[in-house]
Design a protein around this ligand. Sequence first.
Ligand code: NAP
Ligand code: ZN
Ligand code: ZN
Length: 350
Amino acid sequence: MSTTYAYAASDATKPLAPFEFQRRAPRAHDVQMEVLFCGVCHSDLHQARNEWKNTIYPVVPGHEIVGRVTAVGPEVTKYKVGDLVGVGCLVDSCRTCSSCEEGLEQYCENGWVGTYNGVDRVDGQVTYGGYSTQLVVDEEFVLRVPANLDPAGVAPLLCAGITTYSPLRTWGAGPGKKVGIVGLGGLGHMGVKLARAMGAHVVLFTTSPSKIEDAKRLGAHEVVVSKNVEEMEAHVNSFDFILNTVAAQHDLNPFLNLLKRDATMTLVGAPEHDHPSPQVFNLIFKRRRLAGSLIGGIAETQEMLDFCGEHGITSDIEVIPMQKINDAYERILKSDVKYRFVVDIDSLRK
Ligand code: NAP
Ligand code: ZN
Ligand code: ZN
């Protein structure tokens, strides 16, 4: 057991505050790491405030983790002390169901174990995430971090990166495809960078006119202010795929109308309250599809990290000390972050 310093929420209405607990000693297949950086996902905020109605308190959020290996269990073969590694949203799954066998652990039929707010399959303890000084994770759920990338900028790839990479790959973003990304936040800005690197024609939809220039710098070929009806009209029936990352309830119809026949809009945003049902006729008459997608499996997460290494892609970040986390949450709610907060975990060691 080792003493770990962290920040936790003790209930839905209280700010996050210092919290101390014991991490388990590494089991045979475990990797122990000192956490260096942890990204701040909007999911952390949803979860800390119990917006998904399943939070177990106290909750230590954080699932965009980069760390350095400090110890390994006796059966570990993939990592050694000193390696720079990543951990995302998953730390275990049943490993035997059809989804796990296909490398889609995030759709485990028997329930995957979240990096936080999960229940460990061996000891039944609630998992605590990366807003903490150290982490112990089975090697099968640990990722290799490309050596050429800035470790702080890599952290958000572990959730924002894979959550956008996976649907972009699944729905074939690439040369000759017109791809829309809705929302320029943590997920959206990674979606723009990744879709551009995949070779698609990228259109970013935003509610924030102040983000237009940034969106172009990040790789969007075109930017549409989604509240502007005329700008939206110009794109009717023209998209092969739209990835919707918006963290709040909104009307989906204006975006569905932009899809070509047979094209898909995939939701990754997970708001507290569901969107109103879309108009059925607009789906029927163009055989349009509305889909969802959850993070990505371990193999695909490694593929995404390697892709980012090859293309020199990291997240645009604002590094903060842990002590600023509650301010950061308020700024996320105002869409006032460019484009991901990353906590420097050294701030917890002082
Ligand atoms: P974020 O950084 O807060 O970005 C969300 C963006 O949505 C904002 O930057 C804003 O973009 C837009 N937006 C916010 N409120 C809006 C509103 N009322 N109407 C229209 N647009 C609005 O959040 P994030 O970390 O990227 O996460 C986005 C969502 O994905 C969250 O719900 C999160 O829980 C979820 N998520 C899902 C998965 C998954 O596996 N499916 C994984 C990770 C996160 P503009 O200013 O450009 O409009
Ligand atoms: Zn996340
Ligand atoms: Zn499974």
